[in-house]
Design a protein around this ligand. Sequence first.
Ligand code: WTA
Length: 689
Amino acid sequence: GEIGDTPVYIGGQQFAAWKHTQLILDAVPGRGGMFSLDNGREQRFLVRGRAFDMQEIDMLDPVDRVRAMRAALADDPHRFWLDQARRISWSRFPTRSDDSSFDAGDFAISWFSDGELNLCVNCVDRHLETHGQKTAILFEGDEPGEGRRLTYRDLHEEVCRFANALKHLGVGKGDRVILYMPMVPEAAIAMLACARIGAVHSVVFGGFSPDSLADRINDCGARVVVTADQGMRGGRPIALKANVDGALAHCPAVDSVVVIRRTGADVAMIEARDHRWEELRETVSPDCPAEAMAAEDPLFILYTSGSTGKPKGVLHTTGGYLLWANLTYDILFGGRPDDIFWCTADVGWITGHTYVLYGPLSNGATTVMFDGVPGYPDAGRFWETAGRLGVSVFYTSPTAIRALMRDGDEWVERHDRSSLRLLGTVGEPINPEAWNWYHRVVGEGRCEIIDTWWQTETGGALIAPVPGETATRPGSATKPLPGVHPQLLDADGALLEGATEGNLVIAQSWPGQMRTVYGDHERFFQTYFTTYPGKYFTGDGARRDADGYYWITGRVDDVINVSGHRMGTAEVESALVAHPRVAEAAVVGMPHDIKGQGIYAYVTLNKGEEADDELRRELRQWVRQEIGPIATPDAIQFAPALPKTRSGKIMRRILRKIASGEADGIGDTSTLVDPDVVDRLINGSESAF
Ligand code: WTA
């Protein structure tokens, strides 16, 4: 047929419809949407306006597409963002785009505020007509080959049932639901079900202790918890249901627990409170209408560690978050309808939200959910599984890469990796050695490495190379994505230009930005927007080279990044001082070959207490129990005293130097009450491990 007056948009750019290339389009009548097409080179694009089933248009190369986006953005940001909004389906299309301000006077973060949509519809329903039989979730269990496939149609039915079950338990729009789950499809199903009925999910990583879980449940005021009998990781069971029972002793508001069968272990079920999903499932209908949500209605809360106090509930809302997940997945990893995408993160972290689920599913892709660990049953697991499943895009953490690199090339080389086309990393700075190994050995030198810098707070990637557009450099996350405005500032807030190093801030809002700290908007403002007024402070330091590439140097605040997991030093300290024999504790990060950073704790005991290896073991175990295994200190140094200034402030700078084995660089200690403390600490540091 003729293209007539139907405007065709690709990546928000009106398409040059008058250059003719034969293409087959399979479009949904009367609606904009996202479709696969085939002109030999497959691509995704957006159509708005009239229906048609066959048109002649030409294609923009993915790189041209991103360049066109940058140009359109420079030209008219408001129009650009509304065009981008067409990537997703709205029940009411927005007329507003960015209404945000980082200034104290009119502080607000708001995107597409008059739009209405449902995230679940975008991730599931809208794919049914065009590719309902396509695999949405490819589940790979702990044991190789233990798996399941869910098509978009299967997913739709399961999500509707789960949504009805939640409703049956009294969950409605705005209610919070806690998920404490293994990496099984039911985790995705429960998250999507919450979104479908407008409930707010908060996933708590299955490695957190009952106490940590209880804190999160109480902070967000959830009444319903979804969990599994047990998890199974690396051949070892994880007592998820038992941990929930432990937590709920401190959570009087919770009246319902949904328990998914994972291992079939015999677990305690409390009458009237606990429900087996498999039984509930049979009682509910497979149809469930989706709530129309305002773009700024809450979508989820995810707790993350900061420099002070307890973990904060990062709140993301519906429209902007979904758009950012959709857009960044598309330009970084997407583009081919037959891709099998595998992000190895757990859904308990932001990477699992955005790039295991919402990014790929909103793009109609096939996403792998992996419930195992990289070293089980052996160090070849990732590559064996990637080859068997035909994974084309693989996304993991530098920690995993470093650990596998140490195990040797033969574990990689014995498996066929020919299906891989792109490799990504996230979560921590990647050292050039690991980057090169990933590129050369895993990717056989063929696959680009997409090092993505972002945070729980940012919703999705902000600085990362666009495949084909940005030439990569080992160790650099390269350049900002369209719509992202990073700056480097010195300690006084002065803007640094050109090649330089400083504190990384973002000068303007982007759609995926967090909207508040749940229940504490003032803390949100204080934490992120007061260090450098008018800018979002990331907590990271970065270097920028003469070509404008960013090299993230790591946290500049009291957050440590252990294997890509954020841990607040204050949290570990408060766990340690809760031990009856501990008087005082100071925790800092130390360099760690595999984990990037390790946890180094200086501990002062109560008068009369004896320091020995037995107590060191006990304290490590104590912290595991208080917070979870990821918080286990790598080193504990018993210190008779800590270096303090006259005003009583612990000089962490000195503790960091000692923990890093850089005692030579300590510098001026004259402001300390007792400078001799430093020498005693240096001498005692060898016994810390
Ligand atoms: C660090 C994970 C260097 C950074 C998505 C950030 C990185 C923190 C990178 C956020 C990267 C994440 N290069 N550092 N590519 N990606 N980081 O909230 O310090 O768990 O502030 O989000 O991880 O961790 P979060």
